[in-house]
Design a protein around this ligand. Structure first.
Ligand SMILES: Cc1cc2nc3c(=O)[nH]c(=O)nc-3n(C[C@H](O)[C@H](O)[C@H](O)COP(=O)(O)O)c2cc1C
Length: 195
């Protein structure tokens, strides 16, 4: 009988200790900050006249979990506007004028929370379209890492990189990527190199 009581009290004590421990765990109100969902620090901003750069932008946003922002012209480009064989077309005239700053329509993004800003565009006349200059000059990119990306009919991103760095020497412009025919694993390697 005595032994029985002793066993019972040991069991009781163990039970209370277990309940106490689990209660202690659930009462822990000070959760580590890492459990809070963190806002993304990367945004992918892009201009695309015919959809190819838009697809590239979506791939980058998917792989990085970034916010996506489309840079849209105030006046959309028509097929005639995009005719590079006509030296009087809108795009030809804009690209010939170093002062041209194509107006952006809609609201500009608030870049405060972002550390990395991808900027994507098609190659026009072996460089970036003038709306990209408008975007860079209308937003505050100081202290952020800018990562250009481009799609093209075959031309490289090199001249655009050179011109961006010459025009905006105070900005931190990372080497960009030409997205033509880039596989998922190549893209992943590039994105990992940014960390
Ligand atoms: C006005 C204009 C000029 C272009 N100039 C070039 C060029 O110099 N080199 C090139 O490889 N592709 C050039 N292209 C082709 C585009 O870069 C290519 O089709 C791009 O992927 C289109 O992207 P988007 O669909 O996002 O607008 C030009 C296209 C347009 C409309």
């Amino acid at each position: 009988m005595r032994l029985n009581m002793k066993i019972k009290s040991i069991l009781m004590a163990s039970l209370m200790a277990a309940v106490g421990l689990s209660a202690c765990g659930s009462n822990n109100k000070e959760k580590p900050a890492t459990e809070e969902p963190q806002p993304t620090k990367t945004i992918v901003c892009y201009f695309s006249a015919t959809g190819t750069t838009a697809d590239a932008a979506k791939r980058i946003a998917e792989q990085t979990g970034a916010t996506l922002y489309e840079i849209t012209p105030e006046v959309a480009y028509t097929d005639e506007d995009l005719d590079w064989t006509n030296d009087q077309s809108r795009s030809s005239l804009e690209m010939k004028d170093p002062e041209a700053r194509t107006a952006i329509g809609g609201e500009l993004p608030d870049l405060t929370q972002y550390e990395t800003v991808f900027i994507g565009y098609p190659n026009w006349w072996n460089t970036h379209p003038t709306i990209i200059n408008t975007f860079i000059e209308s937003t505050n990119l100081d202290g952020k890492t800018i990562v250009p990306f481009m799609t093209s009919g075959g031309s490289s991103i090199d001249n655009s990189m050179k011109q961006l760095r010459e025009t905006y020497p105070s900005l931190n412009i990372h080497d960009g990527i030409l997205m033509n025919h880039v596989s998922d694993s190549e893209l992943e390697t590039f994105l990992t190199s940014l960390d």
